[in-house]
Design a protein around this ligand. Structure first.
Ligand code: C2E
Ligand code: MG
Ligand code: MG
Ligand code: MG
Length: 288
């Protein structure tokens, strides 16, 4: 039902990865002031149930809107933030902003949407992470079971034992854990075995090749089957066309995220989407 909404939320990034490589130092300096200057934004992308296509969750994605450089992609500035350690405070800001927003929507629409927040490995190795998450949950009043930490397989968990401990502690607090970009990292299966993961997010590079590459199709099917045998839920990322949806539905992928349904939305647009959904539902129940 949410399909094709948010089509005009196109994001134009003016800073290319080449520019970022050349001007990394200058960008890092500017990044240090981004949070304080109010240049960071959080956008939200819906996740839908594969069968009903109803919204069940959302992923919080950070944006950097620089007054002169324009919109800077997280793919460009997150690595800089990780190198400089700034990711710890930026990540905390994103989490607090998104949890506050999720609580607001819960109260306004009575909808308990799951909130996915991306956590960098740098944040996961911070001893203070537990305190941060606990205080964000306390301040915002969000139910911990609605908060899902998305972890990318960018680091070897063997090299970072306290990362695993932190994830178990988060899980004990009630938070959910999702393995992001599943299948692209060096240690996917090892992650699955050692981390308290509730959900697997199939990377968009596999989803993109549905209908194109039979090997990638086989990987998608096998991932869904494996996840279900391990009693984990599966979300597919980067669902862009009807053919992706049909394939993922046929093979029982639980949830979908991608441009076919909705692009990441500014809070005001996401709010409109929820209001529209509520209108439709109310219309349906009051009809004779
Ligand atoms: P991710 O966590 O895998 O997020 C999914 C990315 O796929 C997002 O890119 C989203 O806009 C994009 N996407 C969603 N649907 C489609 C689709 O149908 N087609 C295509 N081609 N792309 C789609 P985005 O927002 O540019 O973020 C890129 C990455 O930056 C994220 O990948 C995540 O790894 C990182 N990131 C974003 N926000 C944060 C954050 O707050 N903290 C941290 N540590 N990392 C973040
Ligand atoms: Mg993610
Ligand atoms: Mg991903
Ligand atoms: Mg990614």
């Amino acid at each position: 039902a949410a399909k094709h909404l948010g089509r005009n939320n196109f994001q134009i990034y003016e800073v290319s990865p080449e520019y970022a490589r050349e001007h990394g130092m200058a960008l890092k300096t500017r990044l240090r002031h981004a949070e304080g200057n109010g240049e960071l934004r959080v956008v939200y992308q819906p996740q839908v149930n594969t069968e009903t296509e109803d919204i069940v969750g959302m992923e919080a994605l950070v944006r950097w809107e620089h007054p002169e450089l324009g919109m800077i992609s997280p793919a460009v500035f997150i690595p800089l933030a990780e190198e400089s350690g700034l990711i710890v405070s930026i990540g905390e800001w994103v989490m607090r902003t998104a949890c506050r927003q999720a609580k607001e929507w819960e109260q306004r629409y009575g909808l308990r949407l799951r909130l996915g927040v991306n956590l960098s490995a740098v944040q996961l190795m911070e001893p203070r992470l537990m305190e941060t998450v606990a205080s964000v949950l306390r301040e915002t009043g969000l139910d911990p079971t609605l908060l899902e930490m998305e972890i990318t397989e960018s680091v070897s968990i063997k090299a970072a034992p306290n990362l695993v401990d932190n994830l178990h502690a988060l899980h004990r607090m009630g938070c959910h854990i999702a393995i992001d970009d599943f299948g692209t990292g060096a240690a996917s299966l090892d992650y699955l075995r050692r981390l308290p993961a509730d959900r697997i997010k199939i990377d968009q590079s596999f989803v993109r090749n549905i209908g194109v590459d039979p090997d990638d199709e086989a990987i998608v099917r096998a991932t869904i089957e494996m996840a279900h045998r391990l009693k984990r839920a599966v979300v597919a990322e980067g669902v862009e066309i009807e053919q992706h949806l049909q394939f993922l539905r046929t093979y029982g992928c639980d949830e979908l995220q991608g441009y076919l349904f909705c692009r990441p939305l500014q809070p005001i647009s996401f709010d409109k989407l929820l209001a529209e959904r509520q209108r439709l539902l109310e219309g349906r129940t009051t009809e004779p």
